[in-house]
Write a protein that binds this ligand. Structure first.
Ligand SMILES: Nc1nc2c(c(=O)[nH]1)N[C@H]1C(S)=C(S)[C@@H](COP(=O)(O)OP(=O)(O)OC[C@H]3O[C@@H](n4cnc5c(=O)[nH]c(N)nc54)[C@H](O)[C@@H]3O)O[C@H]1N2
Ligand SMILES: Nc1nc2c(c(=O)[nH]1)N[C@H]1C(S)=C(S)[C@@H](COP(=O)(O)OP(=O)(O)OC[C@H]3O[C@@H](n4cnc5c(=O)[nH]c(N)nc54)[C@H](O)[C@@H]3O)O[C@H]1N2
Ligand code: SF4
Ligand SMILES: [Mo]
Length: 899
């Protein structure tokens, strides 16, 4: 019987409500929840394909334990696994003190999971060595809000985005990263064409499609830009003097600083036209309401805190906060990055928006928990924490719901640290991640659709997460794993005392936790699961007497600081640290793709999510290709001061000369090497400790590998992937991806200096099932060229080309067509491998994932004179989730320019 369960999407911080369609065992489909106030029924390409992800063969299903370094892990039962974990943690704490262990957790945990982890670390273990991947994500915004406004609270609602007259989208590619919110903005702009939208991003992203003005600033120059805008606002008198006088402090100091940021100087630093700067300042200064949206382009910087506060300065100077359509609105990345901040899941925070460094806060929480005291020393933040592991100070490390061996900067150090750590526990839903490789104990976690609790989205709205089906294998929900560890540790650390972890459900955790928000800025102490079920998702603070959430903060112009005034922060612009030089003449920028999520443990199991961008690549401006004598698609070696990577290069007009872009998604599983973060810097912002993931100095050089490999194989994709990835480790370059929709296939592109030996090839063929059966074979050992194609029931099911791969795209098209022909057989017998009709072009991208419409069909439609509506009605593209619409509009406008 099919049932529907309402829950929340597990990807981005928009926090869309989903309706999960399922039977007793399986999730069958996903729809947007029309009743959810974040999305009103919409979903993006990732949310709409949730049911296609989560291949069981990629999941962690049983606890696995390694009994000594160098040995393989073997299956064990939960009791043995947890007994062992508690014994090692207990012993390490007893021998080396509480700060010899650490917890590294995630913005994708639920509030209840977070709370259990925090209580475990602070109250039981007595360490502040608990940090989360939000350190790589939102910690600069936390500092910005706290020091400028007094509390870590995004003051706006999604409705403010729709109501605003002027929006500044800065360092955010919301068309890809917060798509449903972008759909809402597109609709608002269509309804209200006078709305002004400014996008500030070094790249011309799809988000720019909606912009009246795109400022392609030089990387890292945002502080100068904001000061430059303020300079003009001051000069023109576009300030709210009364607001400044009555509700803020520190303006005089800022005024003195900003005097130097003349339009001339700022346009030079930012690499933008003075006219454009003037128009942007005019749009902001004269708008009835002004709202800013930002994300990683500001936060992930050694000046992340300065960027956040300099932006908030603009709102304070114009009084554009606390009113409809106004305010500084940071977009949170992960589905529960907010919940992490609320429950105190950064080393320097405590539950209820409290501070580790504040003795009164520590006492309040200790009293609530019924323990004598909480540790007052400073805990380690993410980068410092892994450095502590590398230096041997941390001897037991617990990692949950994050993949640091892919996502942390300077991967060489991270891999060294994980390899050296005496005991690494990884609590994971998918066994395929780079970090799982280092787990001495792998604990299978229940994941989306299988676990229950709550999350808070970017607009402070708390939604329920509900389970639809049972977790596979022996996987358990995160909160239960934590409480199991805690009760076992209590037997060692607090023998004979009543348990602090007497929780039998996520609800029990939520009910204890919410009490810690009482009297704090985020107060939702009276909001129960039952109330959320009754009233729908609610925004904090939640007013108990009115039974109502709060849509907008600071409407009374009072701020949660000592004197009730907001603070201007006067900090100079400091250039990002790895400026271009002769050795590293390009600045590497990194970020998201539309259809992939981080390390791809989940999205990387759905073949159709590879249709938009198929494989790892580095994008450069065409001029930078030309000057290096590079051609599109060629392999290059990319080097930074820390490491190197080999991948294909792509000519991309969206990138400015002197810059480069690599999506953040590909780690060691999908690409030979340590992934993009082998290149990035561990340097961090002095206050937020958030690393500078968006800027690194690199150089790019051609590499030529005479021997090439191309593989396409259907069936058992995940198992084959793991085995083949290992087999390809000895090659210089190897890139993996998936293709197809109904019949998913694994794709491999690889290259090497010379042909591998016959044994290697034989093993390859056996992993591909190409060693026997209905296989066409052509070998020219003299030239090290080999071709294998398996044909079953009249269609190709596997391809392997070695030596030279010119026919790969053509063969792939034959595979996709599901038919074979005489041409294929003729080509097979020919000594040359060039496909019939010569070299075929690049692979045709799928722009519209929902309706499976390729770029070439859209292009052909445009050539026939179709406009957006024509394309929609004839081809169906862009009619479902709408994620592809900005790109289609881009093609349309380029076609117009070409005419
Ligand atoms: N599809 C998809 N969506 C996601 C995620 C995902 O993995 N995939 N992850 C989620 C998470 S956790 C997060 S944090 C968000 C991130 O969401 P975003 O921050 O919007 O995404 P990014 O692509 O990381 O970076 C945004 C933009 O910052 C620009 N940028 C780089 N340097 C600078 C600079 O110095 N100044 C300015 N102004 N801009 C700069 C980049 O060119 C990029 O276009 O996305 C969330 N949504
Ligand atoms: N170069 C570069 N690096 C970056 C960034 C960038 O822009 N550029 N962005 C940074 C940012 S903003 C972020 S947020 C990080 C993200 O980096 P990570 O946190 O490493 O990203 P994910 O791949 O989402 O990792 C989450 C893991 O949790 C697992 N998982 C899923 N559901 C569950 C569950 O319910 N329980 C448990 N226990 N596990 C589960 C998933 O399989 C996945 O492996 O990357 C950062 N790294
Ligand atoms: S915008 Fe997309 S990824 Fe983000 S919550 Fe909504 S459906 Fe999920
Ligand atoms: Mo993030």
């Amino acid at each position: 019987m099919t049932t529907t369960t309402a829950s929340t999407c597990c990807y981005c911080g928009v926090g869309c409500g989903v309706l999960i369609e399922h039977d007793d065992e399986h999730i069958i489909g996903v729809k947007g929840d029309p009743a959810h106030p974040a999305n009103y029924g919409r979903l993006c390409s990732k949310g709409a394909t949730l049911h296609l992800t989560g291949d069981l063969t990629a999941r962690a299903l049983y606890p696995e334990l390694r009994l000594g370094k160098g040995l393989a892990r073997s299956h064990t039962d939960w009791d043995t696994a947890m007994g062992h974990a508690a014994q090692v943690f207990g012993q390490t704490i007893a021998e080396h003190g509480p700060d010899s262990v650490a917890f590294y957790i995630s913005g994708q945990l639920l509030t209840e999971d977070y709370y259990a982890f925090n209580k475990l670390a602070r109250a039981l273990v007595a360490t502040n060595n608990i940090d989360s991947n939000s350190r790589l994500c939102m910690s600069s915004a936390v500092v910005g809000y706290k020091r400028s406004l007094g509390a870590d609270a995004p003051p706006c609602s999604y409705e403010d985005i729709e109501q605003s007259d002027c929006l500044l989208i800065v360092g955010s590619n919301m068309a890809y990263a917060h798509p449903v919110l972008f759909r809402r903005l597109e609709q608002a702009k269509a309804d209200k064409p006078d709305m002004r939208i400014i996008v500030v991003d070094p790249r011309r992203t799809d988000t720019c499609d909606i912009a009246d003005m795109h400022l392609a600033v030089q990387p890292g120059t945002d502080v100068a830009l904001f000061h430059g805008i303020l300079h003009i606002l001051m000069w023109e008198g576009w300030l709210d003097r009364r607001f400044i006088d009555e509700h803020t402090g520190g303006f005089d100091e800022l005024k003195t600083l900003v005097r130097d940021y003349t339009p001339e100087m700022v346009s030079g630093i930012c690499g933008i036209r003075q006219d454009d700067l003037q128009s942007v300042a005019r749009m902001i200064g004269t708008a009835p309401s002004f709202l800013s949206l930002w994300c990683m382009g500001l936060n992930q910087s050694s000046a992340g805190s300065a960027k956040n506060s300099a932006l908030i300065n603009l709102h304070l100077a114009t009084g554009q906060i606390g009113k409809p359509g106004s305010g500084p609105f940071s977009l949170t990345g992960q589905p529960n990055a907010m919940g992490g901040r609320e429950t105190g899941s950064l080393s320097n925070l405590l539950p209820g928006h409290r501070e580790t460094a504040n003795a009164a806060h520590r006492d309040e929480v200790a009293e609530y928990w019924g323990v004598d005291s909480l540790p007052g020393n400073v805990g380690l933040s993410a980068v410092e924490l892994f450095e502590g592991v590398r230096q041997g100070k941390i001897k037991a490390l617990w990692i949950a719901c994050t993949n640091p061996a892919q996502s942390m900067p300077d991967q060489t150090l991270i891999h060294e640290a994980l390899a050296a750590c005496p005991f690494v526990v990884v609590q994971e839903a998918f066994a395929t991640t780079e970090t799982c490789h280092y787990a001495d104990l792998l604990l299978p976690a229940a994941s989306w659709g299988e676990k229950a609790g709550s999350v808070t989205n970017s607009e402070r709205r708390i939604s329920r997460v509900r389970s639809a089906v049972a977790a596979p294998g022996e996987a358990r929900p995160d909160w239960a794993i934590v409480c199991d560890l805690a009760t076992r540790l209590e037997a060692q650390l607090r023998p004979g005392q009543p348990s602090l972890f007497d929780f039998d459900s996520p609800q029990a955790l939520f009910d204890e936790y919410r009490g810690l928000t009482a009297g704090r800025d985020l107060d939702y102490s009276s909001l129960s699961y039952a109330l959320i079920d009754e009233l729908g998702p609610q925004q904090w603070p939640f007013d108990a007497s009115k039974q109502k959430g709060t849509a907008r903060l600071y409407a009374d112009n009072r701020f949660p600081t000592d004197d009730g005034r907001a603070r201007f922060i006067a900090e100079s612009y400091l250039p990002h640290k790895e400026q271009r030089d002769a050795r590293f003449p390009l600045t590497l920028n990194t970020g998201r793709l539309r259809d992939q999520w981080h390390g791809m443990s989940r999205t990387g199991t759905a073949a159709q999510l590879f249709g938009h961008v198929e494989q790892a690549q580095i994008s450069l401006h065409p001029d930078d290709l030309r000057s290096r004598h590079l051609v599109d698609g060629q392999l290059v070696q990319v080097k930074s001061r820390r490491g190197e990577l080999i991948l294909p290069v792509l000519a991309d007009e969206q990138i400015r000369p002197g810059q480069a872009y690599i999506p953040m998604h590909w780690g060691n599983r999908f690409l030979k090497g340590l992934g993009v973060n082998v290149l990035t810097q561990p340097l961090f912002d002095p206050l937020s400790k958030q690393p500078e993931l968006k800027q690194a100095g690199i150089n790019v050089k051609p590499v030529v590998f005479p021997w090439e490999l191309f593989v396409l194989v259907e069936g058992d994709v995940q198992q084959r992937f793991t085995a083949l990835r290992e087999h390809c480790e000895e090659l210089a370059f190897a890139s993996f991806s998936l293709a197809g929709r109904d019949r998913p296939a694994l794709l491999i592109r690889a290259a090497h200096r010379n042909a591998p030996d016959a044994d290697w090839l034989a093993k390859l063929d056996s992993l591909l099932d190409l060693h026997s059966g209905p296989v066409l074979i052509y070998d020219d050992p003299r030239r090290a060229i080999g071709k294998r194609v398996r044909i079953e029931q009249g269609r190709i099911t596997a391809i392997r080309l070695t030596g030279e791969t010119a026919a790969r795209d053509w063969l792939r098209q034959v595979w996709q067509s599901g038919e074979t022909n005489a041409e294929l057989r003729r080509w097979f017998l020919a000594p040359i491998s060039t496909p019939p009709g010569g070299q075929s072009g690049a692979v045709n991208r799928t722009l519209c994932n929902c309706m499976n419409v390729s770029q070439s069909r859209i292009q052909a439609g445009i050539e026939r004179g179709l406009d957006l509506n024509g394309l929609k009605s004839e081809l169906g593209c862009g009619t479902e989730c709408g994620s592809c619409v900005p790109e289609i509009k881009g093609l349309l406008s380029r076609a117009k320019v070409a005419v």
